[in-house]
Design a protein around this ligand. Structure first.
Ligand code: ATP
Ligand code: MG
Length: 363
């Protein structure tokens, strides 16, 4: 058993605690069903931990987190607990930097009987992934705090950084993801989203996309400018499969895409680096509903499925991919049978009831 992969579990704050516990229970059950298992090391971190100890993560927690194959995070932060500079508690952002988690993965899928913003019946076929570069792009400016281009009260410049190294890794990841989806009966197409007609950095991003494409002749590709992509995501989201883009474009479009289907409680998320992946629901700690058994745990449960799939690839243990598939099928079928009715969507099922329903279908 000692050769089982290990995960670092950071439950965090608010509903993060409940939904991460739900996700782990479901993941463990799916693994048991597929004759595989993972070990868990829990790491204390977050706003509550900071309130109690004055530290946002336990001693050596950042380093310890990285000793596992994957990190699973509930949600971190509470509006009432802040660093002395007034910002919210966010040790997880340091994990992203420290482990170079460059590929942000945001699946967007329409489930039967879940809220649907578009009336067109084809919207039931929305099943796509937004891949967002997460360590550079325009957000790089926020990271480096470069003040050299600031004339107080007169002008401010933020810079967009696109590097060959990160872009190559991101695009390779995107092409492999498209291939994998193809092998699972999905479209397996890849769209490069940029603004290559205006920005030099974006032209470079597209150039590296083209170079990478030469190694993946089996993957059909297209380009879309980010403004046209926003239009298309509303007009015909079912026409897209995998989309790869710069950091801030992905920040904006993944919220838009998420808004087309479900709500915060359905948005799974992965952040992948060279040596480790971090998996978490895209939502926050939702202090307004914490402790009331109202949170929808499905975003966390679907994030756990992404984690198992990742372990399958990186540890070369195909049983984990089967376990991930069990979870995805359970959620899909649960909605199709109208047996999953989260309160978030006006239904009658709280965190525990949704979790039990998924569990009963995994077994
Ligand atoms: P963060 O800054 O960490 O992203 P936030 O301020 O954007 O946090 P969230 O914690 O994501 O806020 O919550 C936004 C809204 O969505 C809240 O009203 C919250 O109750 C709701 N919400 C978030 N997650 C869930 C969930 N899993 N189930 C039901 N409702 C949720
Ligand atoms: Mg938010």
């Amino acid at each position: 058993m000692s050769s089982d992969p290990r995960i670092s579990l950071i439950k965090g704050d608010g509903i993060g605690v409940d939904v991460s516990e739900a996700a782990i229970v479901v993941a463990k059950a799916a693994c048991a069903k597929c004759n595989c298992d993972f070990a868990i090391q829990t790491i204390n971190a977050g706003a509550e931990y900071y309130r109690a100890t004055g530290q946002d993560i336990e001693p050596d927690g950042e380093e310890k987190a990285g000793e596992a194959q994957a990190i699973f995070l509930g949600a971190i932060g509470l509006p009432s607990v802040r660093y002395p500079d007034g910002t919210e508690i966010s040790p997880h952002l340091r994990l992203r930097d420290r482990y170079g988690l460059y590929a942000g993965v945001r699946p967007v899928k329409a489930y039967p009987n879940a809220p649907q913003r578009l009336a067109d019946p084809r919207a039931a076929g929305i099943d796509m992934v937004i891949l967002r570069e997460s360590t550079e792009g325009l957000f790089y400016s926020a990271a480096v705090h470069d003040r050299s281009d600031v004339v107080p009260d007169t002008s401010v410049i933020d810079k967009m950084l696109v590097t060959r190294d990160i872009s190559e890794k991101l695009h390779r990841f995107a092409f492999r993801l498209a291939q994998k989806r193809k092998s699972r009966g999905k479209a397996g197409r890849l769209t490069c989203v940029d603004k290559a007609n205006v920005f030099k950095s974006m032209a470079f991003f597209r150039k590296i996309f083209d170079e990478t494409a030469a190694d993946f002749p089996d993957v059909p590709t297209s380009y879309n400018y980010v403004d046209a992509m926003a239009l298309d995501l509303v007009r015909q989201p079912w026409a897209f499969d995998v989309m790869v883009m710069e950091n801030i474009f992905g920040d904006i479009l993944s919220d838009l895409a998420g808004g087309l289907v479900g709500g915060m409680g359905m948005a799974a998320c992965a952040e992948i680096g060279d040596t480790i992946g971090l998996f978490q629901p895209a939502h926050g700690s939702a202090p307004d509903i914490m402790g009331q058994d109202k949170a929808n745990p499905l975003a966390a449960i679907l994030s756990a499925s992404l984690m198992l799939d990742y372990l399958a690839d990186t540890c070369d243990l195909p049983a984990f991919a089967d376990a991930a598939g069990l979870i995805d099928t359970a959620v899909e079928a649960g909605f199709a049978d109208n047996a999953l009715r989260p309160m978030e969507f006006g239904g009658d099922m709280g965190t525990k009831a949704v979790t039990s329903e998924v569990l009963s279908r995994v077994w």
